[in-house]
Design a protein around this ligand. Sequence first.
Ligand SMILES: [Zn+2]
Length: 499
Amino acid sequence: MEVYATERLDREQLEQSLGSDVKLYPKSVTNLGECSIALVRQGRQRYLVACGSGPIYDEFDGEMHGAIKRCGTTHANRLILNRYLPYTVPSANTAQKPSIGLGDRLGEATGGHIAALGESAVYPIFAQQSIRELNFTDRTFSDVIDSAAWAVFAHGWTAAWGADGDHLKREAEVANALSDGATMITLDSSEQIDNTIQGLDEQGLLARYEALDEGIRSAYEERYRDKAHTIGDVTITLDGTSLARDVLIYDKALTFMQQVWEHQIKECGRPIDFEISIDETDTPTDVKSHLFIALELKRRQVLVSTLAPRFIGEFQKGIDYRGDLGLFEEDLVLHSAIARHFGYRLSVHSGSDKFSIFPILGRLLAGRFHIKTAGTNWLEAMRLMAQKDPGLYRRMHEHALTRFADATAFYHVTTDLGAIKPLADVTDEELEAYLGDDNARQLLHITYGYLLLDEDGAGKKLFRDEFFALLAKEEESYQALLSSHIGRHLDLLGFRTAG
Ligand SMILES: [Zn+2]
């Protein structure tokens, strides 16, 4: 019966029923009793197709085309698929495997990410989007999980994968992401972190500290002041000044983390990877501050899977690490010792394209980390545009230049627009070289929201239709670009055996 069912969903049968433009994802063909299902693409749309009979066949919502029932890749149909194929449901990384966030802003990159992963043992987070990214792409978190689930089905990824509600700042955002099915929550407490403290001199700092409630101060002092902690082979002492500073910076944030843990994560009824991010600050996270936070989270019984400090050096979007690799390594040794001591993994944000530090992460952390990437797959899509439709690429590049100043309100970059070769001086064959230029990469990277959503005077999106049509048409080429680019990340991180 298995063989018979497979034959019913072959290409010839699909073409007869749906037309010659139908493209089958061969790894999606699945036989469930008397029913066979698969994923196909026609033009820009993907559909689930079903033939045969039985409950699953009846449940999917779709319309008949000959012997084939063609069903939209809707949210409702995704939930049905989830019930029959449990591997299409995201789950938490409870075994604490090394993991990588592979955000797919466009809903088109997961196939390439799956190709890159191959046989590697890393735990992928295919759905990962921050509120900022959702706004910039006009998507919902539920839609992001839908896309990842359909891609997992299309490309036959039957191992576990996760869904990260990234950089959430409000308890209500956490509640929404959890009800949408997030398996990982990255809590960003930057709204509770006091960024005015770092710049104070000792006198100013102590004056602010003295103004704090006496009960709060004495409780912290009793617990930590001048106490030494042995972490791995180093001893760290929280002296009076550093303690005062950390209480001022992090007290409110810790209360917030505890509240979200108790009200949302613990109450959720299923395992969740809880990440604390303190990386969106003006200065690198001091090792003493990290220790202070770790001690407090433990005391408050908040269980974290991963914690993202702000590391030394610059982690700008879409380009390599900028900073002293020796200092980065020294700093990483201490942060990783604290993480190990308290039983969580370090998380590295803005991890796209940080090729010079990947070997250090791989060697020092031996898999005990999470790394987030997202925007780099957008840049690979722009590479595809440069290769396949130079005219469209030129128009998008031109528009990005007019929107760059607006985009810098959302992203910290040090782009020098003047250093980017003018479009007029570049032949079509040379356009791809822009993707090898840090300034051009950042220009394209931070303006993605405008390029996807900006409209002409008549309310029509400037590039969106052409852009997605080309991505659909050149799907295999896009996957090959991602497989090679993300593959390079995985190799250098030690997540794949090179080859
Ligand atoms: Zn971050």
